[in-house]
Design a protein around this ligand. Structure first.
Ligand code: TXA
Ligand code: MG
Length: 319
């Protein structure tokens, strides 16, 4: 895939023993490495190094009020950074490693620099399942802050090629591990006291969470943006997007689903997990196409469909 593509820069290298050693050396001296995870590619740096963290924000053009997720190898490591109550432990034991991020109070001696959490007294922690990311996380003492490896506000990357298109030469090393399996960012939940709130829908569905917690998520009533990924315009292609469209106009690149064929179809047999894995790649294709506008077929608002529609609403919202 990558070898034949013009857009791939020299920074993109197939993952292997030598590239992991180079990645470790780069991370240890405060550099950035783009790494595949099962959700999307992340832009990783040492979360205990202030200069490295500043470089993440600069490279993404990310506002400094938008905190980063810290990636850990297991729950034990997570408890050095955050405080886990019984419910948080239960979620971690059930869904880790996997596409769930837990926002918990910061641990008292948390070594992560304040910029990572944008000054908040909570921290977002995730234990990913992807073997490449896990290999980096097995390096002792490395806690990796890693937002999605795209320019702030743009479409998330699910291939090494997407990372190169979005960030170009700004990233010294991109570990190419192929396409991401889930294709949509982790579910983020905040756990405080006995309750939990869904801050960003994702591959772990509300029903799966409720089955573990024994109750549905509490509704977020704080009136402020808790996860700035919830900003209304996000994941946005550089073209207008219309949703719930069964018949597109001739100047629209049509993203289909199920019986609505489209120029590309997210899942011909209406499988929402398959559709999620294809969504960002389809938006990248739509953005690169000659058509000036994008239309997207209706997608059921249940299960992972909730996460798909969440991303699509933000992609379509005025900016
Ligand atoms: O699947 C994923 O989560 C990917 C991969 C690379 O792990 N990462 C990812 O990171 O999507 P990013 O930076 O694109 O999105 C992180 C979201 C942001 O919306 C941020 O506002 C929220 O996590 N966040 C981070 N720390 C938080 C905190 N303490 N409280 C609330 N939200 C937080
Ligand atoms: Mg992102």
């Amino acid at each position: 895939m990558s070898g034949s593509n013009d857009h791939i820069g020299t920074a993109s290298r197939r993952y292997g023993k030598a590239t992991i050693a180079d990645a470790e050396a780069l991370l240890r001296r405060g550099g950035l490495v783009a790494v595949p995870t099962e959700t999307v590619y992340g832009l990783a740096a040492d979360s205990t190094n202030a200069a490295a963290v500043a470089e993440i924000y600069r490279t993404k053009g990310r506002p400094d009020f938008n905190p980063l997720i810290v990636h850990v190898p297991d729950l034990h490591a997570a408890t050095m950074l955050g405080q886990f109550n019984d419910l948080a432990v239960e979620f971690a034991e059930t869904f880790w490693p996997g596409p769930l991020t837990l926002v918990v109070p910061k641990a008292v001696n948390c070594p992560v620099v304040p910029a990572v959490t944008a000054g908040l007294d909570t921290i977002a922690l995730r234990c990913p399942a992807h073997p490449v990311m896990r290999e980096l996380l097995s390096i002792p003492g490395l806690f990796l802050a890693a937002p999605s490896a795209n320019r702030s506000g743009g479409i998330s990357p699910t291939t090494a090629d997407h990372v190169t298109r979005s960030l170009g030469d700004a990233v010294p090393l991109i570990l190419d591990g192929g396409a991401c399996e889930k294709g949509i960012e982790s579910t983020i939940i905040a756990v405080d006291d006995g309750d939990y709130r869904i801050l960003r829908p994702g591959p772990v569905t509300p029903a799966q969470l409720a089955a573990i917690a024994g109750k549905p998520a509490a509704t977020s009533d704080r009136g402020t943006i808790e996860a700035p990924g919830q900003l209304l315009s996000h994941y946005a292609p550089a073209k207008p997007v219309r949703l719930d469209i069964e018949t597109a106009q001739c100047d629209e690149y049509h993203i289909g689903f199920g019986a609505v064929p489209g120029d590309i179809n997210l899942s011909a047999h209406s499988d929402l997990a398959e559709a999620a894995s294809q969504l960002f790649a389809a938006l990248h294709l739509a953005e690169a196409s000659e058509k000036p506008r994008i239309a997207v077929a209706p997608i059921p608002d249940s299960g992972i469909g909730l996460a798909l529609n969440d991303r699509l609403r933000r992609a379509a919202s005025p900016r």
